[in-house]
Design a protein around this ligand. Structure first.
Ligand code: NAD
Length: 475
């Protein structure tokens, strides 16, 4: 059994989390120890005890450890990608890509640890100098979702450690394997005991225990419902908090879009990674001049997508990650039909050679903005096409959502692309690209109900993982 990492020791726990392959339910990926509230308290205490020494470690010490971890992740990307594809269900190339990204993130933050921080400013008073420096926040709790089992743990843990914080990480129950591998790599890269702790198990048990144990900051990625509850709990306890939550991301297709390019963006954004990306293009807002041609071509391409075992070379769309997620997707398909949308293809459970959670990608047309499939995050391979009279109407529809993570436009017009970039109410805007698929060295995050607190990734990550100190020095 794979154990929890608490204060530098691998500790067991019961009952075991049985990690099953959603492509083949007979394939057990591994068993992982489920921790309880006492383990969480010990992990936070260990992180607290390790903080003074780690926060005073040199940037070189931190950079060397992060760099070594990044190198090992990159060197093992095929093995770790295979593990990830087995436990989460994205295709092997997607999984290897995610692992490579995790490695690059560690390399990036190895560099950030070394970057000079702070400013020396002349005071408005004579004989006084002002020094602005950044210090680590303290003990940071990380709670991560199942859809990016290594990239999200990496993009939280790497900056936390780079800036001198100690960490307690609680990964999603569904995918403990990649998080465990990351903890093992970090431990062997030379982190002192207690600097990084891995506590696996139920969010409902471990989440409250993490907050009650007295952390200084919490970075959470997951659903809006969980995030909102955690934000209130953190506010009550004075814990600094950052939330990345859901999306209902619009892709606008303007009348002048290149047809094949727009179809490719929609297909990739809506269905790749089985639609299980917070940045997925689940609303396709198509201007009337190109609507029928676009929908016809997208339907052909969607119906031709090959759904299958995540590890098979020919697979384009892997299984849905879990039974409850699959039931939720199929429920939305029924609701779309009941509300009067036209199902052009897909939306069925598929029985393939192995027992898994397979679903054909569902494409709906004739959707109105009020329908549940147009408003709520589904987090699966279900896309809704909304017809817009013109670009202005499309923009209004795109912004008519409680979410604001990513958005996109397909157009050949610089004027439209610029107008959309400036007026889209989203944290990330794509032009002639899928709404999903981002770089690792620039800020990631959204607006409205999608995010709360400072951005993640790139040098902007310092806003959350450090706190600013202003010192006045009389000369
Ligand atoms: P979830 O909210 O169910 O779970 C996320 C994490 O929170 C898990 O580790 C879970 O165990 C934990 N958790 C559950 N209940 C808790 C509680 N009461 N207290 C503390 N922790 C608790 O979400 P999920 O189903 O794992 O992930 C899917 C969601 O994540 C989607 O809504 C998706 O949009 C979102 N997501 C967002 C981003 C982003 O960056 N915006 C990225 C990936 C996924």
């Amino acid at each position: 059994m794979h154990c929890n990492l608490i204060n530098g020791e691998w500790r067991g726990g019961q009952p075991a989390i049985v990690n099953r392959n959603p492509s083949d339910l007979d394939d057990v990926v591994g068993e992982y120890a489920s921790a309880g509230a006492d383990d969480m308290r010990e992990a936070v205490a260990a992180a607290r005890a390790a903080f003074p020494a780690w926060s005073r470690s040199t940037p070189q010490q931190r950079a060397d450890i992060l760099d070594a971890a990044g190198s090992e992740i990159l060197a093992r990307k095929i093995e770790l990608g295979t593990l990830l594809a087995r436990e989460e269900g994205k295709t092997l190339p997607e999984a290897i890509g995610e692992v490579a990204r995790a490695g690059q993130i560690f390399k990036f933050f190895a560099g950030e640890a070394l970057r000079a921080q702070g400013e020396l400013v002349d005071s408005v008073r004579p004989g006084v100098e002002v020094l602005i420096s950044r210090e680590p926040v303290g003990v940071v709790g990380l709670i991560t979702p199942w859809n990016f089992p290594i990239a999200i743990p990496a993009w939280k843990a790497a900056p936390a450690l780079a800036f001198g914080n100690t960490v307690v990480m609680k990964p999603a129950e569904l995918v403990p394997g990649s998080a465990w591998a990351l903890a093992d790599i970090l431990q062997r890269a030379g982190l002192p005991a207690g600097v990084f702790n891995l506590v696996m198990g139920s969010g409902r048990v471990l989440g409250p225990a993490l907050l009650d144990a007295g952390i200084d900051a919490l970075s959470f990625t997951g659903s809006q419902a969980t995030g909102e509850r955690l934000a209130a709990d953190c506010a009550a306890r004075g814990i600094k908090v950052q939330l990345e939550m859901g999306g209902k991301n619009p892709l606008v297709v303007a009348d002048d879009a290149k047809l094949e390019q727009a179809v490719e963006c929609a297909l990739n954004g809506a269905f790749y990674s089985t639609g299980q990306r917070c940045t997925a293009s689940s609303r396709l807002i198509v201007c009337s001049g190109i609507h029928d041609q676009f929908v016809g071509r997208l339907m052909e391409r969607t119906a031709a997508l090959r759904v299958g075992n995540a590890l098979a070379a020919e697979t384009q769309i892997g299984p849905v990650a879990s039974e409850s997620q699959l039931a939720g997707n199929l429920g939305y398909v029924e609701q779309g039909l009941a509300e009067g949308a036209s199902l052009l293809c897909g939306g069925e459970r598929l029985q393939l050679a192995t027992r898994g959670y397979y679903q054909s990608p569902a494409l709906f047309a004739g959707c109105t903005p009020q329908m549940a499939i147009s408003r709520e995050e589904i987090f699966g391979p279900v896309a809704a096409v909304l017809r817009a009279d013109d670009y202005e109407h499309a923009l209004a529809l795109a912004n008519d959502t409680p979410f604001g993570l990513a958005s996109g436009i397909c157009t050949q017009s610089l004027a439209l692309a610029t107008h959309f970039r400036r007026n889209s109410e989203a944290g990330m805007v794509m032009v002639n690209l899928p709404t999903a698929g981002v770089d690792y060295h620039v800020p990631f995050g959204g607006r409205k109900g999608s995010s709360h607190g400072p951005r993640e990734q790139g040098r902007y990550a310092a806003e959350f993982y450090t706190t600013v100190k202003t010192a006045y020095i009389g000369l």
